[in-house]
Design a protein around this ligand. Structure first.
Ligand code: IPM
Ligand code: MG
Length: 355
């Protein structure tokens, strides 16, 4: 199969982790006789430095015209003084919005060989959580207003959701929950927020079409606690944009490192946007110690969810398992007696397991 992939390395550790994912994709292309063409584009801080704009038009055109996009990470203190509309993060939000990738899948799985920072009694039977985060609406995309009232500065951020914005992402979550254990939790703050009340109404109405999915509700503050106390009891979470941002960082630290989390952002078609969720980590950039597994997992999700390449994605996931089983560790997941490897070695080792 011939596929064109837009590759946005971005800032900080972005280029390092991306290089490993590309090695893995090239090995898969060779093994399965595919032709992947990479269209490298700029976004984030590096784009500001080179073009003055965090999201150049050329990049926007490419993400809308290629078969899918991979993104490393954007951001860093260097660009803190940019005006709000030209911050590196705006590039990310701009791409998500332009692609209309409203469903952000953030799986959080604890590999049996790795340590969770939680005590064993809390980890219970293990952690395997799928967070479905709404990605293109809510308070992130509502109006952000600065004003003066009664002689003082006032700031307002609008959180707004429409029924259709809720139902389209809820459908993705119901379908996923059905394929998984059949348990779906809607996480909200329906005891306070009007948007949350609407989420409940829409999701309850839809649940009639999914008799095989057991739907539960949890307030977001309680969910933050249950993720620590009983993560093994949580399967699929559906939630709005900002709650999903916060809970997915929390959940990713339960599986040992945020570097182990990949993600997929999907809209109506097959085209997707795939990013590791770890961010640019400027403190470790250029040291060759980052963990590229999140990025490699994101690439595997791209093959599976956007290109329908199930066997190829399985092959990558198995190779990652073998890498871990063989005792290789990057610094963030290092354990006594294991083999510490550099970021640049990870791709080669995983390619070796792909065979
Ligand atoms: C994420 C990040 C972004 C978000 C930031 C960089 C805008 O935290 O992908 O989780 O909040 O969506
Ligand atoms: Mg985040």
């Amino acid at each position: 199969m011939y596929k064109r992939i837009c590759v946005i390395e971005g800032d900080g550790i972005g280029p390092e982790v991306m290089a490993q994912a590309i090695k893995v994709l090239n090995t898969i292309a060779k093994k399965f006789n595919h032709n992947f063409e990479y269209v490298y584009r700029l976004a984030g801080g590096v784009a500001i430095d080179k073009t003055g704009k965090c999201l150049p038009n050329e990049t926007l055109d490419s993400v809308l015209e290629t078969d899918s996009t991979l993104l490393g990470a954007v951001g860093g203190n260097k660009w803190d003084n940019q005006p709000p509309e030209n911050r590196p993060e705006k590039a990310l939000l701009g791409i998500r919005k332009a692609m209309q990738v409203y469903a952000n899948l953030r799986p959080q799985k604890l590999y049996a060989e790795l340590d969770s920072p939680l005590k064993a009694e809390y980890v219970g039977d293990g952690i395997d959580i799928m967070i479905v985060r709404e990605l293109v609406s809510g308070v992130y995309f509502g109006e952000h207003i600065q004003s003066i009232e009664d002689n003082q500065n006032v700031a307002t951020d609008i959180m707004k959701y429409t029924e259709s914005e809720i139902s389209r992402v809820a459908k993705v979550a119901f379908e996923l929950a059905k394929q998984r254990t059949g348990n779906l939790i809607l996480v909200d703050k329906a005891n306070v927020l009007a948007t949350s009340k609407l989420w409940r109404k829409v999701v309850i109405d839809m649940s009639k079409d999914y008799p095989d999915v057991n739907l539960e509700f949890m307030y977001v503050d309680n969910c933050a606690m249950q993720l620590i106390k009983k993560p093994s009891k949580i399967d699929t979470i559906l939630t709005e944009n900002m709650f999903g941002d916060i809970l997915s960082d929390e959940a990713s630290s339960l599986i040992g490192s945020i570097g182990m989390s990949g993600s997929a952002s999907l809209g109506d078609g097959t085209r997707g946007f795939y990013e590791a969720i770890h961010g640019s980590a400027p403190d470790i950039a250029g040291k060759d110690i980052a963990n590229p597994i999140g990025m490699i997992l994101s690439s595997s999700m791209m093959l599976r969810l956007s290109f329908g390449m199930t066997e190829e994605a399985d092959c990558i996931d198995k190779a990652i398992n073998q890498f871990i089983k063989s005792g290789y560790r990057t610094a963030d997941i290092m354990q006594d007696g294991k083999k510490l490897v550099k970021c640049s070695e990870v791709g080669n080792l995983i390619c070796g397991f792909i065979g």
